[in-house]
Write a protein that binds this ligand. Sequence first.
Ligand SMILES: NC(=O)c1ccc[n+]([C@@H]2O[C@H](COP(=O)([O-])OP(=O)(O)OC[C@H]3O[C@@H](n4cnc5c(N)ncnc54)[C@H](O)[C@@H]3O)[C@@H](O)[C@H]2O)c1
Length: 363
Amino acid sequence: MAYIETEPTAGEPPVRLGLVGSGWMGAFHAESIARHIPGATLAAIADPALEAASALAARLGVAKVTADAADLLADPAIDGVVIASPARFHAELIAQAARAGKHVFCEKPAGLALPELDAALAEVESAGVVFQIGFNRRYAEDFAAAKADIAAGVVGRPQLLRSLTRDPGTGSIPQAGRTPAWTIFLETLIHDFDTLNWFNEGAEPVEIHALADALVEPAFKAAGFLDTAVVTIRYGNGALAVAEASFSALYGYDIRGEVFGSRGMVQAGRATETAARRYTVEGLSAATPRLNIGLFREAYIGELADFAATIRSRREGAAAPAGTAAPGPEDARRALRMALACIESVQQGTPVRLDRLPAGKGA
Ligand SMILES: NC(=O)c1ccc[n+]([C@@H]2O[C@H](COP(=O)([O-])OP(=O)(O)OC[C@H]3O[C@@H](n4cnc5c(N)ncnc54)[C@H](O)[C@@H]3O)[C@@H](O)[C@H]2O)c1
């Protein structure tokens, strides 16, 4: 794995984490912290849906539950927060957490616009707290192995990169209507942008062209809900990349990454649930992953283990653990900027040049 899971030394107090937002993803993170991360404890949960949050807390033995994140942030016993509320609250919650001196792990996207994200990251910087974003694919074993090969020069100079997300949805996308428009870029393909940036580390995206449509649910198009997208990207080092997403993979979760270079190619992406294969009169088949929390279970735990380990090393005055894959503020910002450029590209019907915009804060 790409993360270093430092075991706490005997007698060391645990890293006390608070969870802000305990819905689908937050509840999974809660269980990871409470049960699977050595040296970390889940000290409190904040969620306006108090009944569900209280039930989760009772199940996991979490002592404190509140409807208001401010209560959790005011608790001096809490070292860091894991933010898994809806995305529209992320930037403000990051800023509040940093001002309260809490280390921050935030689910993607860290904000929905660059000015709000930059304001939040400025608070992180001035508070000197850890900031990590939930680009969990970096912690998946196959993606980490591909990254190690790329870093070791196995594929040579990257020329063509590919990343794709095929999300099973349910066939009818029940979230449409309450899911914000542009989700396909801001919440889904943002993972792919980070994968491409990470695989092609050191190069900046300079040009983006996005095509998107509502091919699964054409009726939602008027509300701006697009379910199918292809994005082409040109990087400053000359490499060309394709990212694509669909919300209707009926065969299960399908997440892949690939780098083709001057000396070879690496691929990541687990197509089957297990290595088992079924041979029958119908032919050959295998079970495919159905849920993101199945496909990326270890990666989700790994990213939080890394966050806890970084907090622990900060506490000891040491540098971040060596070998960490933790995506930080610049990674959050670069991927969001790409998602926003995709929206602009679809709206304008043209490619968007990122290198004509200032790359730094405020762009
Ligand atoms: N990394 C991944 O693979 C992955 C997968 C799924 C979701 N996510 C991300 O996780 C985040 C949450 O998604 P979800 O699917 O769990 O959504 P969800 O709707 O299931 O859960 C959101 C929870 O946040 C609560 N909430 C609302 N406002 C809040 C506030 N101000 N403070 C605290 N809590 C608040 C809601 O009551 C709800 O319980 C999103 O940013 C999403 O993109 C990431």
